[in-house]
Design a protein around this ligand. Structure first.
Ligand code: GAL
Length: 804
C-alpha cells in the first residue's frame, strides 16, 4: 500500500507544477465589433480594424435612444443587436502542466465562445455566471491563443426592463494544477452557533483531472477579519483511500470559539483558506470569505437575525448602474448601496435575476440582507423572446449554478425561484415549483425558498398549492396583509414587492394630500399626466396595483408577523417608464433617481428606518404669488414642527401615531420658509428654503477626490445650479459641459430625468431641477484630474481630483 502510494505520488508530481492557482484579470484589451460576422470565430481572422476596449462592456448604453429600437422604451429604447468580442493572449509559463479555465460572470445574452477555433458552447441566460475548461484547446508553450465570443441580443423584445448587451460583467482566466478545488468548490455553513462557539462545517470539492487516484491532504484554516489565525479543519490525510479521478466532495468541520456574528450593523467576515497538499507541496489554495449568522422566520413573530427580532427593510433593485448601463463597476455599485444604507435600508431583492458576484461581496461587507432571485418567467413568457424559450433546457443548470456560486455569502438569506410567474395560474405551476425548490434544496438547505406571488386566492394559485415554499412571498395586495395569518394559517409572510409609487425628483403638483393612481383601473394604459412627463414628488401618486410609500409602510410597521418588505424600487432604473410612453425611457418608481439623487420619499424612510435626526422640508420655494402651496415635513426625534414664512408662524404640527409627515397649506409669497423641530420645547433641528433667483454659478460636489489609479475607480460629481446667494435654483435646466484634463476620462453624465434623450456618454448634459451628474473614471496612471464644468452665461468651475 505504502509502495503504491509513492508510485502514484511520483506520477502525480509530473502533473503538478509548483505554481498554485493563478487568477488573471481577463478584462483588458479585447477587440469588439458591433454586427454579425461568423468568420470571426476563426483564429486567423484579422480584427485589426475592430475597436479595442476593456471589459466589462455594455454596447447598448453607448447608443442613441430611438423609438425605433426594437427593445422599446421598456428596455430604455437603446440599441441591442449582435456583437462580437475577440482577444489574443498568451498563457503564463508552466501553463501547459495546468488546467486553464475561462470564467464569465455574466453575458447578456446567448453567448457563444470559441477558443482557437474550438466551439466551447452557448449560454442563453444573460445573468448567470459560467465557465469553460479550455485546457484541451490551448496552443502549447508561448504560442498565441485566440478567444472569440459572439453575443446575440437581437431577438426583441426579450425583457421587461433594460438588460444591457455584451460581456457586461467581469471575465477571468483561472489556472490550476491537475488536482485543485473545483469552481465554487467550497461550502461553509455554521449549523450550531451560540455566544461561546460556532461549529463550522466545510465542504470542499476536489477536481482531480490526473485521470488517476490522488493522495494528499486537504485542510482549511480560518482567519478572523484582522487576519489572525482562528482554527483549522482537516479533511483527510495520507493513507486514506485517495481522491478518485473527477470531482469528489469532502465534508469536515472545525469550531470557532466566541464567534463574532455577521449582522447588518456589524458585517463581520471571516476568511477560510483551503489548501490542497500533494507530496508535501501546496498545489492549490482557495479563499472563501464567509460570515457566521443565524436567522429565523417565525409565523407570529416575523424575522430575527442572531436571535434579535428585526424587520427586513428592503428595496428591489435591477442591475443597471444608470448612465453606466449594465457594465459592472464596483464603485458604482458601492455608491448605490451607500445611498441606500444611509436611508436605513437593510435588505435588497435582486429583481429578477442573479446579481454580479462583486455586488454580493459588497453586501457582505456593508451589511445588507439579500433575497437572491433566479427568474422573471419560467416556461410561460412575458415577452416573446425572453427566457421562456430557454427555460426547459436550461433552468436546472442556471438555478444550480446560481446557488453554487452564491451559497457562501452571509448576506444571502433567501432564494427566490421566480417573480410573478405565470404558472401561478395553471396546474403546471405545481410540479415546476416542486422541481425548482428541489433543485435549490439539493444544494442548500440553510436558506428558505420563496417566490414572489400576486395571486392571493389559494384555490387559483398553483405555485402556492405546490406547498413547497418556505416563505410566502407576496407582491402588492397590501390591503390583505393585516389578515394574513387568518387567510394563510401557518404561513410565514414576506412582502417581496410593494409600493410602485411614482415620482420625479423635484417636481411638485398641488394639492399634495389627494392620492392618485395611474392609470385608473379599467382605463386604457395612457398617460393622463403632465406634458413634460413629470410626476409629482409628494408621495401621492402610485401605480394602481401598488400604493404610496406611506400607505404600505403604515401596514408593515404595525404587525410583527409581517417580517419585512421590499419596496419597488430603491433606485430608478433604465426601462419600464410607467406611466409615460416614449420619450420616457427610464422608471419613475425609485426612491432615488437614476443619477443617484434622492427624491423626497427617501427622507420619509430615513426618518422611520434610522435613528439619525431627520427634518426634511418640501417643496422648493419658487411659485407664482398667491398660489396655495402644500408644505410637507418629514421628521423624527422630535414632538412637533413649527413652520415660519418670512418669520411669521404658519402653525405647529404634530404627527399622530402612524403619521409619517405633517402638512401646512400656505399662500405663497417669496422669501424664506423655515421649519423648526422641537422636543420638550427644545430645538432639535431647523431647515430653511429660500426663494431662489436666477442661475448665477455652478457648485461642484465630488463624492470622492482621491481615486485609485486602477482604470476603474469613479468620482461621482454633482453639479448644483445656484443663484447668487447660494440657493439651489429649483427648475434650472442649464446645459453643462465637462472638460477633463489629466488622468481621468468621462464615464457618463445624467440628470435623473426619465424622458431625457441626451446620450449618457456625451460631454454635455442639461441639468434637471437644478442638478446634474458627471461620472469621472480614473486612468490606470497616477496624477491629477482637472475637471472643468462650463455653462453658457455662467462662470465655469473646476475641481481637481487625484489618482493614487
Ligand atoms: C411588478 C413587477 C416588477 C415591476 C413592477 C412595476 O409587478 O414584479 O418587475 O414591473 O411591477 O410596478
Amino acid at each position: 500500500m505504502k509502495r503504491y502510494f509513492y508510485i502514484v505520488a511520483a506520477l502525480l508530481s509530473n502533473y503538478i507544477a509548483s505554481a498554485q492557482r493563478t487568477i488573471i484579470d481577463f478584462n483588458p484589451n479585447w477587440k469588439f465589433w458591433l454586427g454579425d460576422t461568423s468568420i470571426a470565430k476563426e483564429p486567423g481572422y484579422r480584427d485589426d480594424n475592430w475597436r479595442t476596449l476593456n471589459l466589462p462592456h455594455d454596447w447598448s448604453i453607448e447608443g442613441e435612444f430611438s423609438e425605433k429600437n426594437p427593445g422599446t422604451p421598456n428596455q430604455a429604447a437603446l440599441p441591442t443587436g449582435i456583437g462580437w468580442y475577440r482577444k489574443t493572449f498568451t498563457l503564463p509559463a508552466g501553463a501547459e502542466n495546468q488546467n486553464v479555465f475561462i470564467e464569465f460572470d455574466g453575458v447578456y445574452r446567448n453567448s457563444e465562445v470559441w477558443v482557437n477555433g474550438h466551439y466551447l458552447g452557448k449560454r442563453p441566460n444573460g445573468y448567470v455566471s459560467f465557465g469553460y475548461d479550455i485546457t484541451p484547446y490551448c496552443n502549447p508553450g508561448s504560442a498565441q491563443q485566440v478567444i472569440a465570443v459572439k453575443v446575440d441580443n437581437s431577438l426583441q423584445p426579450n425583457s421587461r426592463w433594460y438588460t444591457g448587451s455584451g460581456i457586461y460583467r467581469n471575465v477571468r482566466l483561472v489556472l490550476t494544477n491537475k488536482i485543485a478545488i473545483d469552481q465554487w468548490g467550497t461550502f461553509i455553513t455554521a449549523p450550531t452557533v451560540n455566544n461561546n462557539v460556532a461549529i463550522v462545517n466545510i465542504q470542499s470539492t476536489i477536481n482531480n483531472t490526473t485521470g488517476q487516484l490522488g493522495h494528499g491532504t486537504l485542510f482549511t484554516t480560518i482567519y478572523d477579519a484582522s487576519g489572525k489565525y482562528v482554527s483549522k479543519g482537516i479533511a483527510w490525510l495520507h493513507g486514506a483511500p485517495g481522491w478518485p479521478a473527477g470531482k469528489a466532495t469532502y465534508s469536515y468541520s472545525t469550531a470557532i470559539n466566541k464567534p463574532i456574528l455577521w449582522s447588518v450593523e456589524n458585517p463581520y467576515l471571516y476568511k477560510a483558506v483551503t489548501k490542497v497538499m500533494v507530496n508535501g507541496k501546496v498545489v492549490d489554495e482557495y479563499v472563501t470569505p464567509f460570515g457566521i449568522r443565524y436567522f429565523d422566520f417565525d409565523v407570529q413573530k416575523g424575522f430575527s437575525l442572531n436571535g434579535r427580532p428585526m424587520k427586513i427593510l428592503g428595496v428591489c433593485m435591477h442591475h443597471d448602474l444608470g448612465a453606466l448601463g449594465a457594465a459592472v463597476n464596483e464603485r458604482a455599485m458601492e455608491r448605490q448601496l451607500q445611498i441606500l444604507k444611509d436611508m436605513g435600508c437593510n435588505a435588497i431583492r435582486t429583481a429578477h435575476n442573479p446579481p454580479a458576484p462583486e455586488w454580493l461581496a459588497l453586501c457582505d461587507k456593508m451589511g445588507f440582507l439579500v433575497l437572491d432571485e433566479a427568474f422573471d418567467m419560467w416556461h410561460k413568457k412575458k415577452n416573446k423572446f425572453d427566457y421562456n424559450i430557454d427555460f426547459d433546457q436550461w433552468h436546472k443548470q442556471d438555478l444550480e449554478d446560481q446557488v453554487k456560486r452564491d451559497k457562501n455569502h452571509p448576506s444571502v438569506i433567501i432564494w427566490s425561484i421566480g417573480n410573478e410567474i405565470r404558472e401561478q395560474f395553471d396546474s403546471t405551476g405545481i410540479p415546476l415549483t416542486k422541481e425548482l425548490v428541489g433543485i435549490v434544496k439539493a444544494l442548500d438547505t440553510t436558506r428558505p425558498v420563496t417566490s414572489a406571488l400576486t395571486e392571493t386566492d389559494t384555490t387559483k394559485n398553483f405555485i402556492y398549492q405546490a406547498n413547497a415554499l418556505d416563505l410566502m412571498g407576496m407582491n402588492y395586495n397590501q390591503q390583505l396583509y393585516p389578515d394574513f395569518l387568518q387567510r394563510y394559517p401557518g404561513k410565514k409572510f414576506l412582502a417581496t414587492e410593494t409600493m410602485s409609487a411614482l415620482a420625479s425628483r423635484g417636481h411638485y403638483d398641488m394639492p399634495a394630500d389627494s392620492v392618485r393612481f395611474w392609470p385608473l383601473k379599467g382605463q386604457k394604459f395612457v398617460s393622463p399626466g403632465n406634458p413634460d412627463y413629470t410626476v409629482s414628488a409628494y408621495d401621492n401618486v402610485a401605480a394602481y396595483w401598488g400604493s404610496t410609500h406611506e400607505q404600505t409602510w403604515r401596514i408593515i410597521k404595525q404587525y410583527d408577523f409581517l417580517s419585512g418588505l421590499f419596496v419597488w424600487s430603491g433606485f430608478d432604473f433604465l426601462g419600464e417608464p410607467v406611466p409615460y410612453p416614449w420619450p420616457a425611457r427610464s422608471s419613475y418608481y425609485g426612491i432615488v433617481d437614476l443619477a443617484g439623487f434622492p427624491k423626497d420619499a427617501y427622507y420619509m424612510y430615513q426618518s422611520e428606518w434610522t435613528s439619525k435626526t431627520v427634518l426634511h422640508l418640501l417643496p422648493h420655494w419658487n411659485w407664482e404669488a398667491g398660489k396655495e402651496v402644500d408644505v410637507w415635513a418629514y421628521y423624527n426625534n422630535a414632538d412637533e414642527v413649527e413652520l415660519y414664512l418670512n418669520n411669521r408662524s404658519m402653525g405647529v404640527r404634530k404627527k399622530q401615531p402612524l403619521d409619517f409627515h405633517v402638512q401646512w397649506r400656505v399662500k405663497y409669497e417669496p422669501g424664506t420658509l423655515k421649519a423648526v423641530s422641537r422636543k420638550n420645547g427644545n430645538i432639535v433641528s431647523t431647515k430653511t428654503i429660500n426663494t431662489a433667483g436666477i442661475p448665477a454659478r455652478l457648485e461642484i460636489v465630488p463624492d470622492k477626490k482621491i481615486l485609485h489609479a486602477d482604470g476603474k475607480d469613479l468620482s461621482f460629481i454633482t453639479v448644483r445650479i445656484l443663484d447668487k446667494n447660494g440657493n439651489l435654483v429649483p427648475a434650472a435646466d442649464n446645459k453643462i459641459t465637462v472638460e477633463i484634463v489629466g488622468k481621468g476620462t468621462l464615464a457618463g453624465m445624467d440628470n435623473g430625468y426619465p424622458a431625457s434623450l441626451e446620450s449618457f456618454k456625451a460631454a454635455s448634459h442639461k441639468a434637471y431641477n437644478g442638478l446634474c451628474l458627471a461620472i469621472i473614471q480614473a486612468k490606470p496612471e497616477t496624477g491629477n484630474i482637472q475637471v472643468t464644468f462650463s455653462s453658457p452665461g455662467l462662470p465655469s468651475a473646476t475641481t481637481v481630483l487625484q489618482t493614487h
